[in-house]
Design a protein around this ligand. Structure first.
Ligand code: ADP
Ligand code: ZN
Ligand code: ZN
Length: 723
């Protein structure tokens, strides 16, 4: 009997050992007994000698599910690293690598599909010899380029069944419904010519490595032609017969990006994201892993998809928060992408208008190559950005007279207006509407955060608590309250003031499905005035041709958040939002309502100088030892019982402090200190060295059960926020 190590779903921090009568290769799925159940696991190691272990108590594998490994060695290695790095259940990253149906044990076979291939006659024929039918000529040369292509791909590239039938009838191509398991070579042939690059773009393309590991930060304002650079870098990669992986932040962006890539390339382009059915996901995953697609475009979890001969990874909008998974395995897909590129010895491009502080830091210190696109490709000018001082404005329901007036003007000219709500990282301060005073901690140089459920202002640095004052100690006004409570009323007001103008909302209900999201997007294409209201997600990549005014009405809630990345995000948001305005032919305008127009955050941003803004933040991070100059983890716990929750974290904090190697802060109540009936607390752990942090945290799960006495806890390595 052979012992094999298998990643088995469950709260295990190591693979489990089972026996099998033959050796099983790593990457093969097995059905194994676990307690009273049977589960599907993935073999991760089969080179263990029976001398190392007592085999008498081991259980046997019930069945192997694959003949060939479905996860290749590089993915197994990456997944193993991920599980250990993020200190989560060992199997979680292996399961993440597989689509649901394969996780559940379904056979790894592709659904039959129609494939077109050339007959001998078709191979020899010059397309021009097909007289009087340009469409047939086009299809024939398409198949000749690909040698073999799926009917689906032919259709996506603008060919239709009529031409397929005609060529089949003339015996130039064959159409077979098969479940093909062979790779299809990438050709790099184009459907439409690529654009002539401007100087910046040319310089960028020339400085991107074609082979070997190299991380590049491609920083370019919105509309500067980053995507065109990706397309041409990918073309080079495909021409070498290698494949490319493109990560995009949200499913909302995949259809647009997918279309753009399909229009350009003759090779097959497929996508992986949560908008697909389980069956589609399984099929697309298998096609990618068999090498039948030249380009895979996907969201976060696509980073673990096996792709033979991968030659290039692109991470678009690399700063985007959605690359960080916020539950279970809390991984950061951009970081995994970097690790993958390094392991596989291939180049990776991180593209954005607003680099994360981490990437900017590595680019500035020379770890990454740093390329910039400094102008909008089509020559439009950047919008005019202005703050509106809310302390001096008459306002109605949180909308200033100035904002209302401008909205009216822009709508009157037949244009669209885009209004942003700032909902993410929402951390209300207690403040005075009239003078902008904010409640501060008595002991720290920090603002207090207002917690509504127990009506307390709490310091997130030292834990100091205080009942909110009812009168402003600065100007004696009684208009003191929690920031950002008025947006619903403001929306009602808009509907009243502009009753005849359609209001198109993008909120989390609407945008949870791709179909609804696309319907809303379509609506924005209807000519005529309209008001578009939405949250941060609208700041990403979308092109709103007719928007000339962008209004941000509640930015203040994010200015004083206790959260680590609040200001970085605010700067990214403002810059990205400004990029939404005036992308069409008319110059745009951006209005930012704030009680704090003198806040230094606005100065570089008003001048469109995100880089200066980010460099200032980096200097501050360096002074405080925060990422990327130090390393952080958050331990969060929740429980129906506040005392138990806090007590558990106190024990852990005590243990960690006792090690003497890391700095520990807390327990503190989480920003949202109660959710779904549970009390939530956290501790923050900091170190100057990554390895020290891991050494401290690694043994925690052995000392403290993940769930006990109705308290559960988890670790978040490199947290996106300290909430
Ligand atoms: P980004 O990805 O930086 O937002 P895109 O690549 O989407 O920018 O380019 C913005 C617009 O400019 C697109 O409509 C694109 O077709 C156009 N564009 C990009 N590069 C060029 C170029 N070299 N010449 C002309 N137009 C270009
Ligand atoms: Zn304090
Ligand atoms: Zn005041």
């Amino acid at each position: 009997m052979h012992p094999v190590k298998i990643a088995v779903p469950g709260p295990f921090h190591e693979p489990l050992v089972y026996l099998h009568h033959t050796a099983v290769a790593p990457g093969i799925r097995c059905r194994v007994p676990l307690g009273k159940r049977e589960v599907v696991g993935v073999v991760v190691d089969s080179k263990i000698s029976t001398r190392e272990i007592d085999t008498s108590k081991l259980k046997s594998v019930k069945a192997t599910l694959d003949e060939q490994p479905i996860l290749p060695e590089n993915i197994l290695k990456l997944a193993g690293w991920m599980s250990r790095y993020y200190l989560h259940e060992f199997s979680s990253s292996f399961l993440l690598a597989l689509p649901k149906l394969l996780r559940d044990g379904e056979p790894a076979t592709l659904a039959a599909e129609k494939w077109l291939s050339l007959t001998i006659a078709g191979e020899a024929l010059e397309p021009a010899q097909l007289k009087r039918s340009e469409k047939q000529q086009a299809l024939l040369s398409f198949v000749q380029q690909q040698r073999r292509c799926s009917l689906k791909s032919a259709k996506e590239h603008g060919h239709d069944s009529a031409q397929v039938k005609a060529l089949e009838k003339k015996n130039f191509i064959e159409v077979e419904a098969v479940s093909l398991h062979e790779p299809v070579a990438a050709s790099g042939q184009l459907n439409e010519p690529s654009l002539r690059l401007n100087d910046d773009q040319q310089h960028a393309l020339a400085h991107l490595n074609e082979t070997g590991f190299q991380a590049t930060l491609l920083e370019g304002v919105t509309g500067s032609g980053k995507t065109e650079v990706y397309l041409q870098a990918i073309e080079r990669c495909l021409k070498q017969g290698r494949r490319a992986l493109v990560l995009v932040p949200e499913i909302g962006l995949t259809p647009q990006t997918l279309r753009r890539f399909q229009n350009r390339f003759a090779d097959e382009v497929i996508s992986l994201h949560s908008g697909l059915s389980d069956n589609q996901r399984k099929n697309n995953w298998l096609k990618a892993s068999l090498g039948q697609a030249a380009i895979l475009i996907g969201t976060r979890s696509a980073i673990l998809t096996p792709i033979p001969d991968l030659g290039l990874i692109v991470v678009d909008e690399e700063h985007d928060q959605s690359y960080k998974q916020q539950d279970t395995l809390r991984y950061q897909a951009r970081d995994i992408a970097l690790m993958r590129a390094r392991n596989e010895g291939i180049p990776i491009i991180l593209g954005t208008a607003t680099p994360s502080l981490e990437s900017l830091h590595h680019a500035r210190n020379g770890h990454y190559s740093y390329l910039q696109l400094n102008q909008r490709a089509a020559g439009q000018s950047l919008p005019h950005v202005e703050t509106v001082d809310m302390r001096k404005q008459d306002q109605r329901q949180g909308l200033s007279e100035k904002m209302l007036l401008r909205i009216k003007e822009h709508l009157g000219d037949g244009n669209q207006v885009l209004l942003f709500l700032n909902r993410r990282g929402y951390a209300p301060s207690w403040f005075c509407e009239d003078c902008g005073w904010i409640a501060d901690c008595v002991y720290c140089d920090a603002h207090l955060t207002h917690h509504r459920h127990n009506n307390l202002n709490i310091c997130h640095h030292c834990g100091f608590q205080q009942a909110p004052v009812r009168q402003c100690p600065n100007c004696h006004s009684h208009e003191v309250s929690a920031m950002g409570t008025g947006t619903e009323r403001a929306e009602e007001l808009l509907a009243e003031c502009f009753a005849e103008v359609p209001i198109i909302r993008f909120d989390s209900n609407i945008t949870s499905t791709r179909k609804k999201f696309e319907e809303q997007l379509k609506q924005t294409e209807v000519p005529g005035p309209a008001i578009i209201i939405g949250t941060q997600m609208l700041a990403k990549g979308h092109h709103f041709e007719r928007v000339t005014l962008v209004g941000i009405w509640d930015i203040d809630t994010g200015l004083f958040s206790a959260d680590l990345r609040a200001r970085e995000r605010m700067g990214q948001l403002l810059t990205q939002v400004a990029g939404r305005s005036g992308r069409g032919s008319k110059r745009g305008e951006v209005l930012i309502q704030t009680h704090y127009p003198d806040n230094p955050i606005f100065e570089p941003l008003l001048k469109h100088d995100y880089r200066q803004f980010a460099v200032e933040l980096l200097e501050e991070r360096q002074r405080t030892g925060l990422p990327p100059f130090g390393y952080l983890a958050v331990i969060r716990a929740d429980s129906p019982y506040a005392e138990r929750c806090e007590a558990r974290l106190k024990e852990m904090a005590h243990y960690l402090i006792g090690l003497g190697t890391v700095r520990v802060l807390g327990p503190l109540p989480a920003l949202m200190s109660r959710r779904a009936g549970k009390h939530r607390y956290m501790i923050i752990v900091q170190s100057d060295k990554r390895s020290t942090l891991h050494q401290a945290l690694n043994p925690l799960h052995k000392h403290y059960p993940r769930e006990a006495q109705q308290v559960s806890w988890h670790i978040d390595i490199d947290p996106a926020d300290l909430a």
